[in-house]
Write a protein of this length. Structure first.
Ligand SMILES: C[S@@+](CC[C@H](N)C(=O)[O-])C[C@H]1O[C@@H](n2cnc3c(N)ncnc32)[C@H](O)[C@@H]1O
Length: 337
């Protein structure tokens, strides 16, 4: 006959586990001394295999100490130390998620900073894809991070706009992987740069800021963004609008209307794999040996890698490590010759 449940919590301070096999519930409590909150999670188990396993554990715990076999003894004594490992990780995600819920307004397209190491990895990858020295790429990244005009423009555009802007966007820009997009544009000085999918226009305005800097160095370039949503791209305004435009409608239809050679292409619209691949195919005749293609979907599909192989290009993938954010990060796919 199975025991209804048991509770263990002595071995690791702050960690306790409660099993209730009758109710099918596992409750984990984690109250680390260093923390400011107690984390408690109750799992209502419905899976038969897991329920069976809970019953076995409860039976083991119910046996008098002398009657338990050694394996059961070791297994039970290690439950809270093992829970301590997993709950530490879960607690970190729960507290960063709570902070995000309270301080951020974003309801889609998350933005965050990257850890310093992640930024260094990104700088090295951009250096490989653009064939420019790493210190030059790092200088472009610093240039973006210290661009106070751009930060002010973003905050002002959001705050001066309708309520659903300030209510659904953060006024302090966190560029995430877009830092790499900026550095690519500064390094390559493209004449034509295309981004499919613009959302608020955070990428658009950052890319146009890069084109503005290129222009002061004598390299003129133009940005075309595309989006199916007619309200997308509101951040691309003011002085940045001189360097680009947003064309509204289906991306592939917009791409079909372009005839000039494309130097840099950023795919970030419909994240369906077939759609993504069709975007690359549509622009392929306009790409040349020095074109660089950046995929914002490369963390979830192999379409850019496939396109790179088919067009004799190299492929690299950078995976983001966000700083202090619950989201595990996306990445940048690079295709280049
Ligand atoms: C992930 S967001 C783009 C984020 C943007 N690149 C940035 O830097 O923040 C994806 C965007 O693609 C747009 N989109 C989705 N399907 C599309 C399509 N078939 N054609 C054009 N845009 C599309 C959505 O409206 C959305 O704004």
């Amino acid at each position: 006959m199975s025991a209804p449940g048991f509770k263990i919590g002595d071995k690791v301070k702050g960690v306790s586990l409660k099993f209730d096999s009758t109710a099918g519930e596992l409750t984990a409590t984690y109250a680390p001394n260093r923390g400011t909150s107690e984390f408690q999670a109750t799992l209502h188990v419905t899976d038969t295999k897991l329920l069976q396993r809970m019953e076995e554990l409860c039976e083991g715990a119910a046996m008098a100490s002398g009657a338990r076999d050694e394996i059961v003894e070791v297994r039970l004594s290690e439950l809270t130390p093992r829970a301590d490992y997993v709950l530490r990780a879960t607690d970190w995600i729960a507290s960063s998620a709570l902070e995000w819920l309270l301080y951020s307004n974003e309801n889609t397209n998350w933005t965050y900073d990257l850890t310093p190491r992640s930024l260094s990895h990104l700088a090295n990858m951009v250096s490989i894809a653009t064939k420019r020295p790493v210190d030059e790429i790092e200088a472009f990244i610093t240039e973006l991070k210290t661009d106070e005009d751009l930060k002010t423009h973003i905050a002002k555009t959001i705050l001066d706009g309708p309520a659903d802007r300030a209510g659904l966007a953060d006024t302090i820009p966190r560029w995430s992987r877009r830092v790499g997009w900026y550095a690519v544009v500064r390094a390559l000085k493209p004449k034509l740069l295309i981004e499919t999918g613009v959302d608020k226009g955070l990428g658009s305005v950052l890319l146009c800021a890069a084109l503005a800097r290129n222009s002061t160095e004598g390299h003129e370039g133009r940005y075309i963004g595309t989006d199916i949503n007619p309200s997308a791209g509101y951040l691309l305004c003011g002085p940045y609008l001189r360097f680009g435009e947003i064309r509204y409608g289906d991306s592939i239809e917009t791409l079909q209307s372009i005839t000039d050679p494309v130097d840099v292409f950023i795919n970030d619209s419909d994240h369906n794999a077939d759609y993504e691949y069709r975007e690359y195919q549509t622009l392929a005749p306009l790409m040349h040996d020095s074109s660089v293609i950046l995929g914002d979907n490369a963390h979830s599909t192999d379409m850019l890698m496939r396109f790179a192989a088919e067009t004799d290009r190299k492929f690299l993938f950078f995976r983001e490590t966000p700083q202090g954010h619950w989201y595990p990060g996306a990445g940048v796919g690079f295709a280049f010759t």
